[in-house]
Design a protein around this ligand. Structure first.
Ligand code: CA
Length: 722
């Protein structure tokens, strides 16, 4: 109720002369100059502001600005840039309101800048404990802020939802959103809907139960919570999700199975989108835990709401409908990817639709009013887990070989667990009718061949597949083929035609998110360190700037003092570079230089010279028996590779262990691996799962890898990190 009064008061205020209501203080009614909030989020405004990470509530990442366009975009240069503190992934899209730029960085840090001049206005460091990093599947990243009235909201990796004063960056309130004893994290951006802040969490690789919570924006007090996986006893939680689980959802999960211990997964770690037309919220729900449906739910049931888009009443969080893109999920096919709201003709009728390109490789068009599947077509080549969708039932037509836990045979899936599209934002241009998807090819092997090492542990991934048996092969030809099969592609998808309109191929996966404008442009940074613009209608390349560093984030654009700018962050990170190592191909040699960069026409600022990237290989002598090295490999595959790279090949922002100074010193190695002396940097003790003999075996294996690299890949420089 208070909310409605607030909104009406705000709009009334905006309609008056600014001076008439421009004197309020934080915590009081909003200043008209702090207009942001509801009206701007609903309309997007003139384009001078970029009021939310997705531009507006529709999250199209489309700007109406045309000052920079397909005729002059080649004249873009750097207006200003700022070096950032942490050489970890920078995934946030800058939000710009009234000429102030707000952005988050690795370790959930927040900063505010004069968007035109680059003057830093404030910084906020939530001081996330370093050891939280071991619960982050996919780097200590953060995807951005939400701004509402006089506040800026950020979700911290350790589960705090924090409200900051927009002018000073000082903390106003903080709420712990999950049980910190469990392996949850927050990496996604909060969304503000009416006077509520919504946030989910991650952790479905380790074993948690997903949910989304709405908090009062003024006080941080909980309003409602919706669980996206069932109560372990199939009991009521006293939550908004109780009724739908009791009536239908619980029956889609087995009565026994690992989900009862793990929580089942289904985390909502990115997409939470508000539909202003239908007053409802869409959640993109993640994969199951363990991934393996045979272990998770005895191979029984669809397991609501894993890998689904779920629609909720915006006021109460009550269930409205859901569409499950991957029933009985078993490949880490999350549906957390960004959701775009649009309208299109369907059978001659104007229809409110949502567009979604999740990990599983199909582009979905869904009727927002009903949840009915309108179309599902591949947006990448080579998909082999399913041949398509039955539009009558809405279900995929699966390849039986893909369910590896049933066949007992390995299955090399396309897409793999990193997805045909991961979290990197896509954008939609109403003028071209195209959706610009940062797509990729990263095949992955799945196998259920469970030994003791594969079983659920207190540390590390618990996904129910044999991670330590599906690493890169030693055989040179197979090794090269695996690397070559991993590529990236910018896909311009036409949802009306159900096919790709144009595409740009990249030599490597994990490229940046996209942004599109009425100037007939699409912008994208690449994992190879370029920042590019393409013609939105044809895909013709119009800009190619050297940014020195891998880029994963998406840009935004805004206008201050009549000048249009484009802003983004450089700095690579996230799941793929962590695990992929050499499968990152050429990107492994691209430095990781975390920066905030702002471009304008005629910008003439220069980046400093890029650092050298070559290190000499000087591995310690090999030691240990073949059995010891094999044991080290298995433990490395089980516990280490998800942060230090498949086959110990690093990618420039966690230490490349093959060149680690501790490698030659058994005591130093043990100090890190078992005694946790680097826990404040995220490297906790693994003594709960590794014995001293195991730790020494892992050292023998990494030394073996270092020598192998020197012998087989001598020209492949070890990547630079800080
Ligand atoms: Ca996952």
């Amino acid at each position: 109720m208070a909310k409605r009064v607030f909104s009406v008061a705000l709009m009334g205020c905006a309609a008056l002369a600014l001076a008439a209501c421009g004197t309020s203080k934080p915590g009081e009614s909003m200043d008209a100059a702090e207009k942001a909030s509801e009206t701007l989020l609903k309309t997007g405004g003139s384009g001078d502001d970029w009021s939310a990470i997705g531009f507006s509530y529709d999250e199209q990442r489309f700007s109406p600005l045309t000052d920079i366009n397909d005729q002059n975009v080649g004249e873009l240069g750097i207006a200003w840039f700022a070096d950032l503190e942490d050489a970890r992934g920078q995934e946030a899209t800058p939000v710009v309101i009234d000429g102030t730029l707000y952005v988050t960085h690795a370790w959930s840090k927040v900063s505010a800048w004069d968007a035109a001049t680059g003057k830093e206005l404030w910084k906020f460091d939530p001081k996330v404990p370093g050891e939280r990093a071991v619960h982050a599947c996919c780097d200590v990243v953060n995807r951005g802020v939400a701004v509402w009235g006089d506040k800026v909201f950020v979700g911290a990796l350790d589960g705090r939802l924090i409200a900051l004063d927009r002018k000073t960056g000082k903390e106003i309130w903080s709420t712990q959103t999950f049980d910190a004893d469990k392996p949850y994290t927050i990496t996604g951006a909060p969304r503000v809907v009416k006077d509520m802040v919504l946030i989910g969490n991650g952790g479905a690789e380790f074993g948690v139960r997903g949910y989304v919570t709405a908090y009062d924006a003024d006080t941080g007090k909980e309003r409602w919570r919706f669980y996206t996986a069932p109560n372990p006893e199939k009991k009521k939680d006293g939550a908004a999700s109780d009724d739908i689980f009791a009536s239908k959802g619980n029956a889609t999960w087995s009565d026994t199975g690992e989900w009862k211990v793990s929580g089942g997964g289904g985390t909502v770690w990115d997409a939470i989108v508000y539909d202003k037309d239908l007053d409802q919220i869409y959640l993109g729900v993640g994969n199951g835990n363990p991934w393996n449906h045979g272990l998770r739910s005895n191979g029984e049931g669809d397991n609501w709401f894993l890998s689904s888009v779920v629609a909720l009443d915006a006021n109460t969080g009550a269930y409205k409908w859901h569409y499950q893109e991957t029933p009985a999920e078993t490949w880490d096919y999350t549906a957390t990817q960004p959701i775009i709201l649009a309208e299109q003709q369907v059978n001659g009728t104007p229809t409110k639709v949502l567009y979604h390109a999740p990990k599983n490789g199909f582009f979905f068009t869904i009727d927002r009013a009903t949840g009915k599947l309108i179309d599902a077509k591949p947006f990448v080549d080579g998909i082999n887990w399913a041949t398509g969708y039955d539009l009558a039932t809405g279900r995929p037509i699966e390849n039986p070989e893909a369910r590896f836990y049933k066949t007992g045979k390995p299955f090399i899936a396309i897409p793999g667990a990193l997805g045909a599209h991961n979290w990197h934002p896509m954008s939609y241009n109403p003028a071209t009718g195209l959706v610009y998807v940062p797509a990729q090819q990263i095949p992955q092997g799945y196998l259920q061949d469970m030994d003791e090492l594969d079983k659920r542990k207190v540390l590390g991934f618990n996904v129910g597949t044999s991670l330590n048996k599906t690493m890169l092969p030693d055989d040179q030809a197979a090794f090269r083929a695996a690397v070559a099969a991993t590529t990236g592609r910018l896909v311009a998808f036409d949802p009306r035609a159900g096919k790709v309109a144009w595409a740009v191929d990249y030599p490597a996966a994990w490229n940046g998110g996209t942004m599109t404008t009425a100037g007939n442009l699409v912008f994208q940074g690449t994992s190879t360190g370029r920042f590019r613009a393409y013609a939105a209608d044809t895909g013709k390349q119009l800009l190619d700037l050297d940014m020195q560093s891998g880029i994963v984030s998406a840009p935004s654009t805004f206008r201050v003092g009549g000048v249009q700018y484009v802003a983004f962050q450089t700095g690579k990170g996230g799941a793929f570079p962590l695990v992929a190592g050499v499968a990152g191909g050429v990107t492994r040699k691209v430095p990781n230089l975390p920066r905030l960069v702002v471009l304008k026409i005629g910008g003439s600022a220069q980046l400093p010279a890029a650092p050298a990237t070559t290190l000499a290989w000087n591995p310690p002598a090999q030691f240990g028996t073949a059995e010891q090295v094999a044991s080290g490999k298995a433990h490395f595959g089980r516990y280490c590779q998800v942060c230090h790279g498949d086959s110990a090949i690093g990618n420039g922002f966690t230490p490349d262990l093959r060149v680690s100074a501790t490698l030659a010193d058994a005591d130093a190695w043990k100090g890190v691996l078992l005694d946790g002396i680097l826990k404040d940097r995220g490297m906790v003790s693994f003594a709960r799962v590794l014995t001293p003999a195991d730790a020494e075996a892992v050292r023998a294996y990494v030394i073996d890898r270092s020598n192998w690299t020197k012998a087989h890949l001598p020209t492949e420089a070890a990547p630079m990190g800080r």
